[in-house]
Ligand binder design. Sequence first.
Ligand code: NG6
Ligand code: CA
Length: 516
Amino acid sequence: MLTSTAKSFAPAAAMLIPALAAAQSPAREQARPNVIMIYADDLGYGDLECYGAKNVKTPAVNRLAAEGTRFTNAHATAATSTPSRYSLLTGRYAWRDPGTDVANGDAAMILKSEQYTMADMFRSAGYATAALGKWHLGLGSESGKQDWNATLAASPNDLGFDYSYIMAATADRVPCVFIENGQVANWDPEAPIEVSYKQNFPGEPTGKDNPELLYNLKPSHGHNQAIVNGISRIGYMKGGGKALWKDEDIADSIADHAVRYITENASRPFFLYLATNDVHVPRFPHPRHRSKTTMGLRGAAIAQFDATVETVLNLLDSLGIADNTIVMLSSDNGPVVDDGYIDQAEELLNGHSPTGGLRGGKYSCFEGGTRIPFIVRWPGKVPAGKTSEALVSQIDWLASLASLTGARIPRGAAADSRRQLDAILGLTPDGAPYVIEQASNHALSVRTPRWKYIEPSKGKPRIPWGPDIETGYLLQPQLYDQTTEAGRLEQENVAPANPAETERLAAILAAERLKP
Ligand code: NG6
Ligand code: CA
């Protein structure tokens, strides 16, 4: 569906991208297609229609799957956001580095400017680079000491991103403002911003003391501190004025910035890390999505995510750059229903399984925590309408895409990231020999094409502080055979019957831990 705009674009693109000029060149040849990573938040393996979702339609994602390859054995590196994003953007497992757990909104930037990132990789290959949406990797140089009314001492712009328009942490954590190139967007000099995760500011209402002010959402657990837009959050905040976001406009704001960025960079190779806030709590999507589902706010957040995908796909068509753009769609970790707000997510599921029937969910060792949707589209290069069972992990995206663009990774950087380009492009069913997954208590698991090994760890079998999720924490080793139904559902622990296999996988973990 190339438009006439597309044709006028073609010569310029061919000049810029010699490898693509030869239409027959195989995908693995060096090339510089645009890359858009649409990275959802807490979107589960079963949350999209093409992965079996019920009670919500996701036509744009369906289209992406129909025009690309949909993976059934793709993994995030961790069952929570910060470590997952850290690994994705650095090609280094977060569990190697301290301070990489779920970050507060006043955390110092976890990635250091000298650290090699996905954005550095693309930039060294001549790409324009941008990070939009949820960041959650800290900002500034010292935790709790940021001056939100000045330029922050450290931001994604110090990590290889030319442009950034981000939320500091999560929508449920202060500060509730967007930050553009290291400065609060729409900063309001009449309402200077102060943030604390220790104590409230005198006179500021909180969800705990002023539940009458919670006109949009009330907490089910935690989330009872600063109130912004009738929703109480984690952390205290003062000021903000016209810079404060309205939750119902967050997705549109991110999508609008994506449209502008893609349009402005359509004539050169660009990398866009498009991290949506959907479907994380507080779920308060725009009203126009609420009639699209019978699952209430969580279903509407999924529909809203789909609308962002639709906006991107339509724009690529109208700019005529769809054929020269790899779109990758995935999620940072598995799903959760009640994650701290009374939004009826649990009550309205009505037969929908956010994990697609997998055991556990966000935070946990089980597959529900880290097996995530993954769809890749690159017209003419990635097989269309195919499903791939290849074992793939987000840890390998950096090195794989470097092998595509020809970027040279500095010695020692992105050391956990392996070249898995053909698997990620759906060109081979042979994926990684193993991938490692981290639960929120730091227990690690090893997945191979056949097995899932969960190392022994301490902790309650169900999350004790709110979400009702099985953790998979057990003092004994667990081994699940993915080729049997009971193993696939992680119901039948065959570790006692398979000591040699259990040992072999434990040894992989031990050897990985010895690496620097
Ligand atoms: C938890 C929050 C949860 C969510 C999560 C991080 C409470 C009670 N719960 O601590 O709501 O914010 O952290 O989610 O505070 S993540 O997807 O960003 O990792
Ligand atoms: Ca998440």
